[in-house]
Ligand binder design. Structure first.
Ligand code: IMP
Ligand code: MG
Length: 170
């Protein structure tokens, strides 16, 4: 690919999915896990990651928005689609594309906690630590990135670029 703004290639992501998938497989032996993907950004990561987890598992999705079409988080989290399956006494792994301010995940974690799961872990493909405003514990992290706006592999700008198989700086 001759795009000079590519930050993370498809190959690097596949390798990471294998590594994190193996870690989760080891950490959750004998557990009843539900992967909760956060739409829409996590779709590609969710698909590649779950293929690498060698356990019986269930998946669900939530849609949450704090961005609109802006590059800066509005700080307001809105649930657009809730989970459908019961998570009480289950081990939940939230699968996110990127953690920036942390607002979305902090909100989501406390929201899901009210449903009494056995545990909640967080798995994100990308982490932008410089953007953090709210502390969140990330259990599984793919790559740290600088505070630049990135798109591709599920991540969008104004709903575009999600279909790129790699991650690039906008
Ligand atoms: P937070 O609440 O600020 O942590 O926002 C996290 C959400 O913002 C992610 O799930 C993404 O949807 C979006 N986001 C943050 N940074 C970027 C970026 O660089 N590109 C695309 N989306 C981003
Ligand atoms: Mg998102």
């Amino acid at each position: 690919m001759s795009d000079e703004k590519v930050l993370i290639t498809e190959e690097q992501i596949f390798k990471k999915a294998k590594e994190i998938g193996a870690e989760i497989t080891e950490d959750f032996q004998g557990k009843d896990i539900i992967l909760v993907g956060i739409l829409k950004g996590s779709v590609m990561w969710m698909a590649d990651l779950m293929k690498r987890i060698d356990l019986d598992l269930a998946i669900d999705f939530m849609a949450i928005s704090s961005y609109g079409d802006e590059k800066q988080s509005s700080g307001v989290v809105k649930i657009i689609k809730d989970i459908d399956i019961a998570i009480e006494d289950k081990d939940v792994i939230i699968v996110e594309d990127i953690v920036d301010s942390g607002t979305t995940l902090a909100y989501l974690k406390s929201y899901l906690k009210n449903m009494n799961p056995k545990s909640i872990s967080i798995c994100t493909l990308l982490d932008k630590p410089e953007g953090r405003k709210t502390l969140v514990d990330i259990d599984y992290k793919g790559f740290e990135v600088d505070d630049v706006f990135i798109v591709g592999y599920g991540l969008d700008y104004a709903q575009k670029y999600r279909n790129l198989p790699y991650i690039k700086e906008l």
